[in-house]
Design a protein around this ligand. Structure first.
Ligand SMILES: Cc1cc2nc3c(=O)[nH]c(=O)nc-3n(C[C@H](O)[C@H](O)[C@H](O)COP(=O)(O)OP(=O)(O)OC[C@H]3O[C@@H](n4cnc5c(N)ncnc54)[C@H](O)[C@@H]3O)c2cc1C
Ligand code: FES
Ligand code: FES
Length: 462
């Protein structure tokens, strides 16, 4: 049997005997901390947001995450703040004060907004307020203008602010965990060797990276796993390494962290990040989780296909490197063998000089794509020297538009060529009709997005 201990609103707590699938949100509410709300239980609304403390250089930073998707054992050894820990009715936090000036009506969404606002309020080196911090919070009554006004009214935390002071002190990394209960076991290895040994021992174990996909399965489809293996503290899966001819990204590096560390150096990824879910989700979601789900409408694969990425797979038998095109085997099927883990994603260098990502969805932000397309193009003297087109939402797996790529190869990059290529790509796949879009719409989008890409490459040239 195991025990989970962590720091909640500055106080140590110990928990035992719980189902490892229990979400932090459900547990908090059982404890009477009902500030965090359940709006959707699937990461969409942000009413359940809490703050996790993350190491940041010598000090720390706050990251807002969806507590509905976080299994309680993930908290072991960590520090978490809920809305109750920010202020009290008689001494409201500056963020709470700001929200009271018209930013709240029924109040259901308010604790989640307060938490996301607080994460940004405490961001070190902040100038102004990055409204992206609120991209994972929905409000059904107030409207966003007064909430945005609240955000933009916030100054810097005063030096004596206890939470600002906490961020100056270091954070100990959460160590290994072996939590065993009748409802399942939760292990947190701290090395690749330990992870692979556990996986060999429990071949049916569920790997858990950010849990943004798995958490939805647990909450909405009652998925359960006898053994959960948390990848978050395996250093070999967290790297970001620049080599002469490729960039290697650890499969379990959260997307927000990747975004921060790349700082725009891979423009196609920089264009993709803001269109992927929300800040709350990106604080947890990983590339490895995105690829392993093999969703035909995942956005990561089109981008990585256009980048010519490979995946590094590892097991006790050793490593193998697989081109991403060969990783997807069928609808939600991959080449991953039992006992195998995605270790990293390799992106060849140099990058294509002209690249774009387009996501067609019902909402511009925080939505799943109907069609996604990524283009990466090398031109030489006005001709197509190389082009890769990665697509999602048009086939049972993410795909490359090989026929269209072959047609474009060597041709002048001009309207006549692009018109013919657009007709070709329109007919290259046989998408399905579903509630997001008809097959005809999806095919038409492919042609339209190729035209858009062409137009934008002309704008770059000007
Ligand atoms: C509100 C919301 C919005 C979303 N929006 C988008 C979106 O815009 N675009 C999009 O593409 N997706 C979206 N998603 C889906 C999800 O966030 C992504 O697929 C995410 O990248 C999953 O990563 P994760 O680390 O959270 O995976 P997890 O949930 O931890 O794992 C998912 C699956 O992958 C397996 N796995 C994880 N890591 C590895 C590994 N290293 N090796 C082998 N198997 C592994 C797990 O066992 C599990 O089966 C959204 C999800 C939510 C809840
Ligand atoms: S309850 Fe909606 S995001 Fe968690
Ligand atoms: S105030 Fe009612 S949902 Fe936002």
């Amino acid at each position: 049997m195991g025990e989970i201990s962590f720091t909640l609103n500055g106080q140590s707590v110990r928990v035992d005997g719980v189902d490892p699938h229990l979400s932090l949100l459900a547990w908090l509410r059982q404890q009477g901390l009902t500030g965090s709300k359940e709006g959707c239980a699937e990461g969409e609304c942000g009413a359940c947001a809490v703050l996790l403390l993350q190491p940041d250089g010598v000090g720390a930073r706050f990251e807002a995450v969806n507590s509905c998707l976080l299994p309680l054992p993930c908290l072991a050894g960590r520090e978490v703040w809920t809305v109750e820990g920010l202020g009290r009715p008689e001494a409201l936090h500056p963020v709470q004060e700001a929200m009271l000036q018209g930013g709240s009506q029924c109040g259901y969404c308010t604790p989640g907004f307060v938490v996301s606002l607080a994460a940004e309020y405490y961001r070190k080196g902040r100038e102004g307020f990055d409204l992206e911090a609120l991209s994972g919070n929905l409000c059904r009554c107030t409207g966003y203008r007064p909430i945005r006004d609240a955000a933009l009214s916030l100054g810097a935390p005063p030096p004596q602010d206890p939470l600002a002071q906490r961020l100056e002190a270091p954070v100990a990394p959460p160590g290994p965990l072996a939590y065993e209960s009748p409802q399942g076991c939760f292990y947190r290895p701290t090395s690749l060797a330990e992870l692979l040994a556990r996986l060999a021992q429990h071949p049916q174990a569920r790997l858990l990276a950010g849990g943004t996909d798995w958490g939805v399965e647990v909450n909405q489809r009652f998925a359960r796993a006898g053994v959960l293996l948390d990848l978050s503290q395996v250093p070999e899966l967290q790297g970001l390494v620049w080599r002469e001819d490729y960039l290697e990204v650890g499969a379990a590096l959260p997307l927000s962290e990747l975004e921060r560390r790349l700082a725009g150096r891979v423009p196609l990824l920089a264009a993709w990040f803001p269109l992927f879910a929300s800040r709350l989700i990106r604080n947890r979601a990983t590339l490895g989780g995105n690829l392993a789900t093999a969703s035909p409408i995942g956005d990561g694969p089109p981008v990585l296909l256009a980048l010519g990425a490979q995946v590094v797979l590892v097991s006790l038998a050793g490593e193998r490197v697989v081109p991403l095109e060969q990783f997807f085997q069928g609808y939600r099927q991959t080449v991953l063998a039992p006992g195998e883990v995605i270790k990293a994603v390799r992106i060849p260098l140099p990058l294509a000089p002209l690249a774009r990502f387009y996501k067609v969805a019902k909402r511009p932000l925080d939505d799943i794509s109907t069609v996604a397309a990524a283009f990466a193009l090398h031109l030489e003297e006005g001709r197509v020297a190389a082009i890769r087109i990665g697509l999602g939402g048009v086939a049972p797996t993410p795909v490359r538009a090989y026929k269209t790529e072959a047609f474009l190869q060597g041709k002048p990059w001009e309207p006549r060529t692009v018109r013919a290529a657009a007709e070709l790509v329109r007919g290259e796949f046989k998408p399905i009709d579903d509630h997001r879009g008809s097959a005809a719409y999806r095919s038409a989008m492919l042609a339209s997005l190729l035209h858009k890409f062409y137009t934008e490459t002309q704008e770059v040239a000007v």
